[in-house]
Design a protein around this ligand. Structure first.
Ligand code: GTP
Ligand code: MG
Length: 441
């Protein structure tokens, strides 16, 4: 089967790119261009025709990549045509009428690349991440994964496991022969090291996942202090209702921001105070819970407040920034919590740049060393944890007595590690990974 899809964004645009991949690619190209010679890996300037009518569709460029040196590993063509809806529709329609040709599913080009061993599973996922990246940190992380840093790491760990497993299997097969007893001890030491290594990898404060999904920054604080106003200002839109009435916000309102390269999920919450109103009470509970799961809390206090609720003061810690709003109204500096706070005015847009710098500064301290991020998804973390469990079982066993069971532990551990990069047992996870891609990738 040959597959095709529009790989560029929907028009109208100057140029649109349609991809075609499969073993009949060259033949289909010849039919559509009426040309016999189509140069591999070179730019071909051709006219494209509808073979059923002989009518001209458009004129454009054709790039042909012969298998196996293509993105998918199969023969692949790219048609660069004019990006109008009419041209695109007609072109796709013509392709649909060719024998053994159908529209590609989302991510199918990348899936074929994986199946043809052009890329591993980590790289395939990261191509999806790069396409969806919105901030500089996300772009850098996706690119690092595509270049294979993480793949190399997992491959080398897996190789070490396989080597240990081979020793154990040799010991089983040649029990009475001359394999020294120290072998089991050496394997034990090697597995202990791998165990420690994986444990260390998992202690990364989930930075990789946060870069993919966004850091949770939450606006928490006094009623009427200007929390919703701040959210609207930072997100440059009226996402939350602002009013002089106290207790306006009840639900959590989330906006996704690119804060100078940092992906941030910014949340506005209900103001914290003693309230008799049940709905408001629920909102306050949501706010406090949210503060606990945030990477950073902006504790908003009205600078003229003489007394601040203890529940709010209790939230001040190293993962928070105290923000004193309405500096245009009051310049009062009393109150201990004010010493480390930043004085802003949402109304006059005062010190907002400084606040953004502070947020970035706090978040950057969480990013230990982006070069060493090896886990970018929950899927990777789960597999590493499963691998650790098996290694733990292995280390707890008296290997000389339970050698067959110990070998099975290592086999399972190897399998979990392999699943991260897509070696063994991948069918069931394939579907879930590639369905998140867009069509044409
Ligand atoms: N003078 C002054 N007024 C402000 C400033 N920021 C917000 N306000 C006003 O303060 C009032 C409350 O603003 P909101 O943004 O609704 O405050 P909130 O903290 O979300 O309030 P709740 O949702 O009720 O807890 C509105 O009338 C705003 O216009 C500021 O920097 N200076
Ligand atoms: Mg509000």
């Amino acid at each position: 089967m040959n597959i095709y899809a529009l790989s560029s964004g929907r028009g109208p645009s100057g140029i649109a790119i349609i991809r075609l991949s499969g073993k009949d690619t060259l033949k289909i190209c010849q039919v559509i261009t009426k040309e016999n010679i189509i140069k591999n890996k070179e730019v071909n300037l051709f006219k494209f025709y509808d073979p059923s009518t002989n009518n001209l569709i458009d004129e454009g460029l054709l790039l042909f990549f012969q298998s196996p040196n293509s993105y998918t590993g199969d023969d692949l063509a790219e048609f660069h045509i004019h990006g109008s809806n009419a041209v695109i529709s007609l072109f796709l329609d013509v392709l649909s009428k060719q024998a053994n040709c159908r529209m590609a599913e989302p991510g199918e080009f990348t899936k074929i690349a994986f199946q043809n061993n052009k890329i591993d599973l980590l790289e395939a996922e990261s191509i999806g991440d790069l396409i969806h990246s919105e901030t500089e940190l996300q772009r850098q992380q996706a690119l690092r994964f595509i270049q294979g840093n993480a793949s190399n790491y997992y491959n080398s760990l897996r190789d070490k496991l396989i080597k240990s497993l081979a020793y154990i299997e040799a010991k089983i097969d040649f029990a009475e022969d001359d394999i020294p007893d120290t072998v089991l001890k050496d394997v034990h030491t090697a597995i202990e090291e791998i165990y420690k290594e994986i444990k260390k990898t998992l202690e990364d404060q989930r930075v990789g996942e946060k870069i993919r999904e966004g850091f949770k920054v939450s606006i928490i604080g006094e009623v009427n202090a200007g929390k919703s106003s701040l959210l609207n200002l930072l997100s440059k839109r009226n996402a939350a209702i602002v009013s002089e009435e106290k207790g306006t916000t009840r639900d959590i309102i989330e906006v996704y921001l690119n804060l100078d390269g940092y992906p941030v999920i910014l949340a506005d919450t209900a103001g914290i105070r003693e309230s008799e109103n049940n709905i408001e009470k629920k909102g306050i509970e949501l706010a406090i819970n949210r503060s606990k799961e945030s990477d950073l809390n902006l504790i908003i206090i009205d600078n003229s407040s003489k007394q601040v609720d203890k529940k709010i003061l209790d939230l001040i810690n190293q993962d928070s920034i105290v923000v004193l709003n309405k500096s245009d109204v009051s310049n009062d500096n009393s109150g201990e919590y004010k010493n480390n706070g930043i004085l802003i005015s949402v109304k006059n847009n005062k010190n907002i740049d400084k606040l953004i710098d502070l947020i970035k500064d706090k978040l950057s301290k969480k990013i230990i060393d982006t070069k060493n991020i090896l886990v970018s998804r929950e899927r990777h973390r789960n597999k590493l944890n499963l691998c650790l469990l098996e290694l733990e079982k292995f280390l707890e066993k008296k290997q000389s007595k339970e050698i067959e069971l110990a070998a099975e532990d290592l086999r399972m551990a190897t399998r979990h590690l392999g699943a991260i990069i897509g070696k063994v047992d991948v069918e069931e996870i394939l579907g879930s990974i590639f369905k998140d891609f867009c069509i044409g990738k």
